[in-house]
Design a protein around this ligand. Structure first.
Ligand SMILES: [Fe+2]
Length: 398
């Protein structure tokens, strides 16, 4: 994906060796999701004569930076590149073709559930379709402000037209990328192995010295990467403020995984944490612009370092997700039978710092929505919607 004319801003992103032979290429994060798309952090880790690339970002700007690092290690005897992704989303998967340019043998390991996700436009339209069972998405998601008003007007005329407009808009932002999915080696669910770190246990895949933890939290096949040599945990989008970002994101898995990662840190297995979107260059400005107080100092930094800082970083996200779930359920139980929109309104009055943070990140500036939070929490709590005339009504969980 081209850099849409903001190469100057992208060039402020930092390339840093965060541990010996572990590189972090800082991505991009802004507050105009459809105009200046986010790009994930990219990690390149050396493991003997292999390089593992975790995520490739959104903007083609990052390719030459990746190739420069690859070139250096080629000279030092690295023979192959292993590409893998924390998730199939476009902001993590748009430069996968870099492996073709590397001049090295390569393979691309793609977790089975992400084979669907990596077709980003279709995947997101389908996610919305599932959400439609719980609420009138096309009215809740798109405000009467420009440019989303176009969808609202279309929705008044015809639902298929509104849907087609949204598909086109998504296609413009995240379509047309070559992901190489057709050439990937699929990491099948069947082939997962169990790994124990102290008192926590995960399923996942061993790749060289790394363990790919299948957490399935942000997306069904989401993975986090653990590097025992550096006590490094790359948590992808397990620790990002916009969660649950999709109807298929799992609040229960976000709570569970952030809790497990916190335990790993407390027990001495983790002393360095990076994730998919931490940014010391771009994040502080966003918090400042929106008058937000970070819940943890690492939110506006690049990495967490040291056992305590890593444990408290995961602890903060564990608390954040737990409070979002608790507050959503209690808002619902206060007002009884209601629609998602009515629960969102009641939830918005909560003084919980987590709810206030989530509420401040508004769509389409950020890919974050309170209605998705409510619907996904209720879905996982076993609440099933029913139609009462034009209203989609939900009864509070038992
Ligand atoms: Fe992401």
């Amino acid at each position: 994906m081209a850099d849409a004319g903001f190469a100057g801003e992208l060039s402020k992103s930092v390339v840093a060796e965060i541990a010996p032979d572990v590189w972090m290429l800082e991505g991009y994060i802004g507050d105009q999701f459809f105009v200046k798309h986010p790009s994930s952090n990219i990690y390149i880790l050396r493991d003997g004569d292999s390089l593992v690339i975790l995520d490739t970002g959104a903007h083609s700007f990052y390719r030459s930076r990746m190739l420069k690092i690859i070139e250096r290690y080629k000279k030092e005897g690295v023979k192959r590149v292993i590409l893998t992704l924390t998730q199939g989303h476009f902001d993590h998967a748009s430069n996968n073709e870099v492996v073709l340019e590397s001049g090295l043998q390569w393979k691309f390991l793609l977790p089975e559930p992400e084979v669907k996700t990596i077709n980003c436009v279709t995947d997101m339209i389908e996610d919305l379709a599932r959400l439609e069972e719980y609420e009138n998405v096309y009215t809740s998601m798109f405000s009467w402000n420009w440019p989303t008003a176009v969808v609202r007007i279309a929705e008044k005329v015809s639902h298929p037209i509104a849907r087609a407009i949204v598909r086109r808009a998504f296609g413009k932002t995240m379509g047309g990328i070559r992901t190489l999915a057709e050439r990937a080696d699929i990491l099948s669910l069947e082939d997962r192995v169990t790994q124990r770190f102290g008192s926590v246990e995960f399923e996942g895949w061993q790749v060289g010295r790394f363990f790919l933890i299948h957490d399935g939290a942000h997306s069904p096949g989401h993975i986090s990467l653990y590097d025992p040599e550096n006590k490094l945990l790359l948590a992808g989008d397990v620790t990002i403020e916009i969660n649950p970002a999709f109807f298929y994101s799992s609040i229960d898995r976000l709570i569970k995984t952030s809790g497990q990662f916190g335990v790993m840190a407390k027990e001495g297995y983790v002393e360095l944490v990076g994730d998919g979107h931490r940014s010391k260059t771009f994040m502080p400005g966003i918090f400042e612009k929106y008058g937000l107080n970070p819940l943890h100092k690492t939110q506006i930094a690049d990495v967490a370092r040291g056992r305590e800082e890593c444990a408290s970083f995961f602890g903060t996200f564990h608390e954040y997700y737990s409070s979002l779930k608790k507050e959503a359920l209690s808002a619902h139980s206060r007002i009884g039978d209601s629609t998602v929109a009515e629960i969102v309104e009641e939830l918005g009055a909560s003084r919980s710092p987590g709810v206030q943070l989530k509420k401040a990140m508004k769509f389409p500036d950020f890919p974050s929505r309170m209605d998705v939070l409510v619907a996904s929490v209720l879905k996982e709590a076993g609440v099933r919607p029913r139609k009462e005339g034009k209203r989609i009504v939900l009864s509070p969980a038992e």
